[in-house]
Design a protein around this ligand. Structure first.
Ligand code: MYR
Length: 185
């Protein structure tokens, strides 16, 4: 093996980032595995992962708004783009694309070609029915709820189920108008 030579700060930073990302991926895998052991039904695991994601999402949105400097979106289309291009990049290190808009502009797909959550993952036959990445749908639902958008987020494609990409369908159910907390007299 060649001796390790001096490395630039950038190279060290990149490798620390890679190790962090791998640790995150492996930790998530360990959580899913534990839930599969603890809960009898795969459906229950899906629910738990979604709930975990929701709880993360409601907290994450503040960090997102503070760090990203994005201004409030004018419509749901812009919100979806912000999630795919800025949110996914910030928290997952990848970007996604937004497609399949319905005529009303209230339902779209977020497509991920690269998904670090599933690096090293292979599901055994006993896990059919599992939505391994369900934490992500929960995160989006939770984060959007904090900015007054009630959504339903479901998986339309999943590479762990043999599809050619990961596709989340995001449907806006209700947009609650934000109330100004003080009364103008
Ligand atoms: C707005 O509509 O005013 C802007 C709201 C943007 C909310 C963005 C939420 C970010 C969620 C990140 C998801 C990351 C998944 C890994």
């Amino acid at each position: 093996m060649a001796p390790a030579g001096p490395r630039s700060g950038d190279a060290i930073f990149a490798s620390v980032e890679r190790v962090n990302a791998e640790l995150f991926t492996l930790t998530y895998g360990a959580i899913v595995r534990q839930l599969l052991t603890d809960l009898e039904e795969v459906e229950e695991v899906n629910k738990q992962l979604d709930q975990m994601g929701y709880n993360i999402g409601v907290r994450l949105v503040d960090e997102f708004l503070a760090k990203s400097n994005v201004s409030r979106c004018v419509d749901f289309k812009e919100t979806a783009e912000v999630i795919a291009k800025v949110g996914f990049k910030m928290f997952l290190g990848v970007t996604a694309s937004v497609t399949n808009w319905d005529a009303e502009g209230t339902c779209c797909s977020i497509v991920l070609e690269d998904n670090p959550l599933v690096d090293f993952v292979e599901l055994p036959d006993t896990c059919q029915g599992l939505y391994y990445c369900n934490v992500l749908s929960g995160v989006i639902r939770g984060a959007l709820e904090m900015v007054s958008m009630k959504t339903e987020v479901t998986w339309a494609r999943d590479m762990l189920r043999g599809d050619d990409a990961f596709e989340l369908q995001v449907k806006l159910l209700k947009q609650v108008p934000e109330e100004y907390p003080y009364k103008d007299d």
